[in-house]
Write a protein that binds this ligand. Structure first.
Ligand code: SF4
Length: 295
């Protein structure tokens, strides 16, 4: 891992009402070693050279503390949108753990995106934050099939381990669910797999699943993805080119039918899938440093 210095850490977000109700965003690491074949964060528009090399923001905790101490609005801080904050280096450097300590100290809420069961190490802090503000954990799971997850997400624990982690978090009272994003056309868009994943979500205590039933493809990300299709899924690259051309939003071919199947399964098991319902279910209203009411 390399180290870089950050100038600022927290960014105020404008789209929170549409995306998990988050108020601020932060990335404690730049780059990610998990090598998911579809990773949008390696797109050239983000200007991150050597995306697979992790760069830890060495001064992030001191800057975060300064920023948190000055903010009046005790909102929810999103972590890990651009790189998985529970990469293997986090075991040693504990930057994410340090940030959770500060979030707890200053009574903010947190929203974490991850694919790693290393998050279980920090259950004590998630519980502490949850007692005073809002916590949501979003595990990305794209397939119920461990062998397939190892191919498409090679450097992080397999889907079944992520489901076990969801169970542990849920049993600890943490609001946790699944981001079934992306759904890879012709690979992870099988009806039976979607049904299985919703059932497993229910059995492991997930409160929600969110999906847009497709993937994005653009500069650099597309090149890397196509290279991996050639390696592991012979002939699929040509099928993508024929079907999607150079489109950015690549929604699965039978979107309407699959989304209905997905919604029916979620309703059958009582799992939330609409963004507004997810936000309503987890986010507490905080004014000043007090938790006033639940929605
Ligand atoms: S875990 Fe997320 S950021 Fe890391 S490679 Fe996979 S998709 Fe990209």
């Amino acid at each position: 891992m390399e180290f870089i210095k950050a100038k600022t850490i927290l960014t105020k977000v404008k789209y929170g009402a549409e995306w998990y109700g988050i108020d601020y965003n932060m990335n404690l690491y730049r780059g990610c070693p998990h090598k998911c074949i579809y990773c949008d964060s390696r797109s050239s528009c983000y200007h991150i050279d050597n995306f697979d090399v992790v760069r830890g923001k060495v001064n992030s905790l001191s800057i975060l503390e300064q920023e948190l101490s000055k903010k009046k609005e005790k909102g929810v801080i999103g972590i890990g949108s651009m790189s998985d904050t529970y990469n293997p280096f986090e075991k040693v450097y504990k930057i994410t753990r340090g940030s959770l300590k500060l979030i707890a100290k200053y009574n903010f809420g947190v929203s974490i995106d991850t694919k790693s069961d290393l998050i279980l190490r920090d259950i004590d802090l998630l519980k502490e934050i949850n007692a005073k503000n809002s916590v949501i954990v979003k595990f990305t799971i794209t397939t119920p099939n461990d062998d397939l997850s190892q191919v498409i997400e090679p450097n992080v624990c397999v889907s079944s381990k992520r489901l076990q982690a969801i169970k542990t978090l849920s049993d600890s009272g943490i609001f946790v669910g699944i981001m079934m994003n992306p759904v890879l056309p012709f690979i992870t868009d099988k009806e039976e797999d979607i049904k299985t994943l919703v059932r497993l979500a229910y059995e492991n205590g997930a409160k929600f699943i969110h999906t847009f039933m497709g993937m994005t493809l653009r500069g650099n990300e597309r090149d890397y993805y196509f290279q991996k299709l050639d390696e592991y899924f012979k002939g699929l690259k040509e099928k993508y080119i024929k079907y999607y051309g150079d489109r950015y939003n690549c929604i699965v071919p039978n979107y309407k039918y699959l989304f209905k199947v997905f919604v029916d399964e979620c309703n059958k098991y009582g799992i939330l899938y609409k963004m507004s319902d997810i936000i309503k279910a987890y986010k507490k209203e905080i004014i000043g440093s007090e938790q006033l009411t639940l929605f």
